[in-house]
Design a protein around this ligand. Sequence first.
Ligand SMILES: Cc1cc2nc3c(=O)[nH]c(=O)nc-3n(C[C@H](O)[C@H](O)[C@H](O)COP(=O)(O)OP(=O)(O)OC[C@H]3O[C@@H](n4cnc5c(N)ncnc54)[C@H](O)[C@@H]3O)c2cc1C
Length: 502
Amino acid sequence: MSRALSRRRFLMATAAATVAAVPSRASELASDIRHWDMTVDVLIAGSGAAGTSAAIEARQLGNEVLVLEKLLKLGGSSAMSGGVIYMGGGTPLQKACGFEDTPEAMYDFIVAAGRQHPHLDKVQLYCEQSVEHFHWCVAMGIPYKHTFTDGKGLPGTDDSLYYSGNELTYPLREIARPAPRGHVPGVSGWTGGRTVMAALIAAAKKRGIKYLTQLSCERLIQQADGRVSGLLVTINGEQKAIRARKGVVLACGGFIHNREMVKQYAPELYNCSVPWGNMADLGMGIQMGIGAGAAAIRMDQGFSIMPLYQPTQVLNGIVVNQQAQRFVAEESYHGVLGYEIAYNQKGQAWLITDANSQYGYDDYRVKAVAQADTIDALAQQLDFPEGALQHSTSYFNRHAAAGEDPLFHKAKAYLKPLTAPPFFAYDLGVSSAFFPAHTFGGLHSSVNGEVMDAWGQPIAGLYAAGRTTSGLPTSPYIASGISVGDCTFFGRRAGRHVGGLV
Ligand SMILES: Cc1cc2nc3c(=O)[nH]c(=O)nc-3n(C[C@H](O)[C@H](O)[C@H](O)COP(=O)(O)OP(=O)(O)OC[C@H]3O[C@@H](n4cnc5c(N)ncnc54)[C@H](O)[C@@H]3O)c2cc1C
C-alpha cells in the first residue's frame, strides 16, 4: 500500500470516527414542544432498584409519580441480580446472628478497600444510615431470614447473611474490624434479585405509582434557562412529550451492552467475555444527561469478575501473570481478582494447581490448558519466561510450608505447598474464561441525586441514581451488594429530594 493511500485511509477512518463521536441528540427545547401528552410531578426513567426506590420515596411525599420502562418486564438488571445488598453498622440481622458492627468499621472498610478517592460524602451517609436502610428494605417487604453462612460466595441456601466481599483479606482484616454485611433475601437459589424487585415493585404499585412499559426515553426537555422539565419518549414508533412539574430522575442502568461506549470509555472491560446486565444497559440515561449538559465521571470503572471459587480447594493454587509471577492473594473477592487481571495484567492470568487443589471436573468458568508431572514441564507448555514459574512456585511452597505468604498474606486456610503431581494450569484470561463485566461510571451526582454539570453546579430539575451515576461502586469492586445498596439508598434520596421540591 502506497504511503499516500494509507494516509487517505487514515483520514477517512478518523473522519468517520469523529462524526460517530459527535452526540447526534442533545436535549430538546421546551419552547419547541407544541403539545404535552401527559403531565406528572415526578418522572422516572427506568424501573430497576434505583428508579423504583426513587419512585417510592417521591410518592411518599404525595407526588404523582410515573415510571417509564423500555422493556416489557420491570426490574432491569436489579431483578437479574443476586439481590445482595451491602448493609452494616449493626443491622438487626447482624445482631441476631451474633456479629458486632459499627458504621465506622463499615466506612473504614469501604474507604480502605476501594481505589483512590472514593466519593467520601456518599460513603459516610451510606454507612451512617445503613441500619435505617435495612429497616426500610424490611418495611418494603424484602424477606430476610436470621441466619448466617460462612460459605464463600453468594449463598445458594436460604441464609440471609454472609461475608460478601474482601473483609477477611490482608490488610483489610487488620484495618477495619471485619463483619459480614452481605444481606440477601432468605430464599434458596441465586435469584435474590427477583425477590428484591418483586417486593419493591409491589410496594410501589400499592402506593399508587404508575408504570408504563415498552417505551423508550430518548431525550430530556429543557427550558431556555437549562431547567429540565420533561422527557421525549418513543412509544410504538411515535414520539410523545411527557412533562414533569418537579423533575426527572434518570435511572436507566449502565452501558455494558453499548459496545462503542465500552470501547471508548472503559476499554479494559471490552474483551471481558460476558457483558453482564439486562439488554437495555445501553447507556441511554448517561447520554441523555450528557446531552443536557451533565458531567460524566469515572467512566473507565466497572465490575470485572473472575469467579475462581467454588470449590474452595482451588484457592490453594497460585494465580500468576504472563511473567509467571503472583500478583494477588488468591482468595480475594472475585471483583478484586477480576480487577487485577482485567485492569493491571492486560487481561491474562493462569491458575496453577497441583493434584490436590485442581478443580477435578470440567468447569464452565475456566478451562485447563496444560497438565504435566513437573512444574518445569508445565512452564514449558505455557511458554513462560525461563525459570519464572519454577521460582514463583518454589518461593510460594517454601513459605506456605511455614504457614506464611510474605508477598500477599494469603489466608492461612489456603496456604498449602503445591507438591502433588500432576500439576495443572487453568486459563483465567478475560476473553477465554467466564469473565462477566458491567460498568460503574456515570453521571456526576450529589448525595441527593442532583445531576451536576461540568462546573459542579446542579442542573435544575435533573436527578439520577444507580448505575446511570458514578456512586459507591468503583474499581476494584470490593463486595457484592454495594451496587444494589447504592441504587436503593441513593435512589431513595433522589426521590425524596425531587419529590420535596415545590
Ligand atoms: C447476574 C447479575 C448479578 C448481580 N448481582 C448483584 C448483587 O447481588 N448485588 C449487587 O449489588 N449488584 C449485583 N449486580 C449488579 C446490579 O444488579 C446492578 O448494578 C444494579 O441492579 C443496577 O440497578 P439500576 O437500577 O441502576 O439499573 P437496572 O436495574 O438495570 O434498571 C434500569 C432500567 O432502565 C431501563 N431503561 C434503560 N434505558 C431506558 C430508556 N431509554 N427508557 C426507559 N427505560 C430504560 C432498563 O430496561 C432497566 O429496566 C448483579 C448484576 C448481574 C447482571
